[in-house]
Write a protein that binds this ligand. Sequence first.
Ligand code: FES
Length: 118
Amino acid sequence: MICDKIFFIMSTTSNNIVKVCKVNELPDGQGKSVQANGKEIGVFNVKGKYYAIDNHCIHAGAPLTDGSIDAEKCQVVCSWHSWTFDLATGKCVSHPKQDVFTGTYNVEVQGDEIFVSV
Ligand code: FES
């Protein structure tokens, strides 16, 4: 999948649009933990495209924003046991089963602010 063509992410539950941070608070190649509607979400900047996924790793709960970003693959590698997630789809690409996903959320940039649909 060529992730840099994806700007908006399909949401598993789309309701409230929440401002989570400013663009200048999330440099390229980094993730940021934010709170939105009682959820901890990891927002990531990969080459100027923004992605949002549940920040608690589905394996054992590590914060995915502590992981390392593979910008070429548009993935984050969990810092605890290296489970790897596609930032666009939430799919755990390192898991032997094909249908293991973490939650994803729509991301929208308006001006200099980043919004997530939660
Ligand atoms: S907690 Fe993320 S891989 Fe184990």
